[in-house]
Design a protein around this ligand. Structure first.
Ligand code: ADP
Ligand code: MG
Length: 192
């Protein structure tokens, strides 16, 4: 089954063509990596796939739903997506488990249920024991683990990540790339 379909997608910023006629059918459970030099359009493509910006031309479907319809983003399609950015963007005034559980809180999930889920996810990303700590008490790599856990908390079908380890040192980045493969093996989320 096709999870994400990009059909003749282009993005124009004034005179700059950031993405030109990109096509891809990403199947359920696939792990896809976009490679290319700085400025080739990776971030733009990912932001379009995430519904954060609209393509100038072409169409994107997520889980079979068009992402945009008459200029309005389809919430059902967006619910399939979990996004991780280069910086963890954790809220400093929330503990790690509160950060992980935040998407569930925003959906009105019961406190006990969401904290149970946050602890499961902390285990999945190997930061168990740090659930009650503040983001500033964790290393950059651990904060990115927490950001991945947060992106997974609402159980999206698709994980979108834009150089999620780009701000980490080279050794931690290598370790996290392996960790990401392990997490993917355990969850089988479609990953871009
Ligand atoms: P990458 O992530 O591969 O480095 P980007 O998607 O960030 O590439 O950028 C692709 C091109 O689009 C670059 O030429 C960049 O300068 C341009 N671009 C990206 N975002 C904007 C924007 N918001 N406004 C204008 N130009 C942009
Ligand atoms: Mg980029």
């Amino acid at each position: 089954m096709t999870r994400v379909q990009l059909d003749h997608v282009s993005k124009q910023y004034g005179a700059t063509t950031a993405v030109d006629d990109f096509n891809a059918d990403i199947a359920d459970g696939e792990f896809i990596t976009l490679l290319g030099p700085s400025g080739c359009g990776k971030t733009t493509l990912l932001r379009m796939a995430g519904g954060l910006i609209r393509p100038t031309r072409g169409a994107i479907a997520v889980g079979g739903h068009p992402l945009w319809r008459d200029g309005v983003r389809d919430d059902e399609a967006v619910r399939e997506l979990g996004i991780v950015f280069q910086d963890a963007n954790l809220f400093p005034w929330l503990t790690i488990e509160q950060n992980i559980a935040l998407p569930l809180e925003l959906r009105g999930v019961d406190k006990a249920v969401r904290l149970t889920r946050a602890r499961e996810l902390a285990r999945l990303v190997s930061i168990e024991g740090f659930e009650r700590r503040w983001p500033r008490e964790l290393s950059g790599g651990m904060r990115q683990r927490a950001a991945i856990a947060r992106a997974l908390s609402s159980d999206p079908q698709i994980l979108l990540m834009d150089e999620p380890f780009g701000a980490l040192d080279a050794m931690t980045r290598d370790a996290m790339n392996l960790e990401l493969q392990r997490i993917w093996m355990e969850t089988r989320k479609t990953t871009l």
